[in-house]
Design a protein around this ligand. Structure first.
Ligand code: ZN
Length: 530
């Protein structure tokens, strides 16, 4: 009973103060007004305002009447959760370009590093360097099976001893304790390709103990892609953890259409209680190095010096060459050396953008398959190049995209603007899905696309406080115009930012404001289970 009058008299005593405080303290830090809320869960959009206080979404309602320090009228644009890229190669780029403008301009608020079996070790050092870096986006990492194997047994093509396997287990456990979200593998690459299914499963079991996932660049995405999907599912089943086919695609004309079979395998696995999922980027070309893509694994064993030694041996070189011819004809080469376009050659930057047929001609030869193989081996000898391989079919791409267990991931990184000729996926992945596959071709709905970019990867990673627009969730938010959003980056001219995003918010801070990048660096390091 005494409380009310006491408060009143206290307030009367400092009346001016009380009034000033009331006038100066808005209820919220930020309100996004008049949006189409696509909340990330997949339900149809609804009209609403979204209010933020600190780093958290605190209110969503048809109309929020209270005041805010900043009100942004979004005029019917989509308000979505900031996107989450579960397969990113941002490891180096984030230190060069901590603004990560290529990601922010397509609404991405979080990236996950350590894909394809490759991660820094120990992870704790990498994460503390990232922690000290002022950065715009959130970042977390996987622990890489290939990196773990290489640390213990180099690039050798043999089974690990019991002792070596025990050492690998310890490294995976350390990675998980340091905050990795799971175990990634790149069984297509050296040295992951030298690992048996059982060896990988033993390490996956460690990630499982910590509640992590297994995510794999599979052993083969071309002629043996169906076997590879079976292997990925088996590792999930026997390892006792969720398993993911990363950047799922079908490479090589002879294999096109096999996504019917691979998706059926995923459906059957799920029917039997195996938690198998997929991620994908929306392009019909892949990107990796010439050496990794075209040379057989046995020729890559042991590191660069060993590779060069084999290429100097006439007999061995002939064996390698016939395998390279086969790769160009049936797999990554898409049947024609023109389909292989060099992206970045550190030893001769003028080769970027030239295709393998052109390089063959520069070398004084007609661009037959055999001569192109010779040119590819020459490239490897000179110092290797990254390249773009046009060998994926649009029908497979759409079939995989429509699958409910497919999420979107870029497989890109953070490029230095204007440098080299990267795959456009780094600049365009998320915008391209919204433009081409939602608006132009109606392959999936807007709500499903946003789900595949937000709540689905968040659930996969165990990020309980991101990926959905709900009160209490972290305020990672992307605002875009669904009629105007588009990817501008092309294979010919990749250094072009996506368009149509007006506002992007990371941990409650505005990093893109009316289409302009802001100096705020609110990005955080994300640790699994913390
Ligand atoms: Zn990969």
């Amino acid at each position: 009973m005494l409380r009310g009058p006491a408060t009143v008299s206290l307030c009367l005593g400092v009346l001016v103060f009380c009034l000033a405080a009331a006038a100066q303290a808005p209820t919220y830090d930020l309100i996004l007004r008049n949006g189409r809320v696509v909340d990330g869960g997949g339900s149809p959009w609804y009209k609403g305002d979204v209010a933020v206080r600190g780093d958290t979404i605190v209110n969503i309602a048809p109309s929020i009447a209270e005041s805010a320090s900043r009100v942004i009228e979004v005029g019917g644009q989509v308000i979505a959760p900031g996107f989450i890229d579960i397969h990113s190669h941002a490891r180096e780029g984030i230190f060069d370009v901590p603004a990560a403008e290529n990601y922010i301009r397509q609404g991405v608020a979080t990236v996950i590093e350590g894909p394809d079996g490759s991660s820094p070790l120990p992870i704790s050092e990498f994460l503390s360097r990232l922690d000290a870096l002022p950065k715009t986006i959130n970042i977390g990492t996987m622990v890489g099976q290939g990196s773990v194997r290489e640390a213990v047994m180099g690039q050798t093509d043999r089974k690990p001893t019991a002792d070596e396997l025990a050492k690998m287990r310890v490294l995976v456990e350390q990675g998980m304790r340091d905050g990795a979200f799971g175990l990634s593998s790149g069984l297509f690459y050296v040295p992951g390709t030298f690992s048996s299914t059982d060896e990988v499963t033993e390490l996956a079991k460690i990630a499982a103990r910590f509640g992590g996932i297994y995510i794999s660049h599979m052993r083969d995405e071309a002629s043996r892609v169906v076997d590879s999907v079976n292997e990925t599912i088996a590792i999930g089943e026997q390892g006792g953890l969720p398993t993911q086919l990363t950047h799922h695609k079908i490479i090589g004309v002879a294999n096109w259409g096999k996504s019917v079979d691979t998706l059926r395998l995923v459906d059957e696995a799920r029917k039997h209680g195996i938690d198998a999922t997929i991620d994908q980027y929306p392009y019909t070309a892949s990107s990796t190095s010439i050496g990794a893509a075209l040379l057989p694994a046995w020729a890559q064993e042991g590191g660069r010096e060993k590779v060069l030694e084999r290429l100097r041996d006439t007999g061995v070189r002939a064996d390698i060459k016939s395998e390279v011819v086969r790769s160009i004809q049936n797999e990554r080469g898409g049947g024609d050396p023109k389909n292989v376009v060099l992206a970045r050659c550190d030893w001769n930057e003028s080769l970027a953008r030239k295709n393998l047929a052109e390089v063959t001609r520069i070398r004084g030869m007609e661009p037959t398959l055999v001569n192109a193989a010779e040119a590819a081996m020459w490239i490897v000898e000179q110092g290797n190049c990254s390249a773009i391989f046009h060998a994926i079919n649009e029908e497979d791409l759409r079939r995989i995209l429509r699958h409910p267990a497919t999420m979107i991931a870029s497989d890109g990184g953070i490029p230095v603007f204007g440098k080299a000729n990267p795959h456009p996926r780094s600049y365009g992945t998320f915008a391209r899905v919204l433009a081409v596959y939602v608006r132009e071709t109606n392959t999936i709905t807007l709500e499903d696309a946003v789900r595949k970019m937000s709540s689905f990867p968040a659930q996969r990673l165990g990020l309980g406080d991101r990926g959905l627009l709900r009160p209490g969730m972290k305020a990672d938010i992307a605002v875009f115009d669904p009629a105007r959003v588009r990817d501008a980056a092309t294979f010919e001219n990749p250094h072009q930012y996506a368009e149509g995003f007006s506002t992007v918010i990371v941990n409650g801070k505005i990093v893109l404001d009316a289409g302009a990048m802001q100096p705020a660096r609110p990005g955080r390091v994300l640790y699994h289970g913390r």
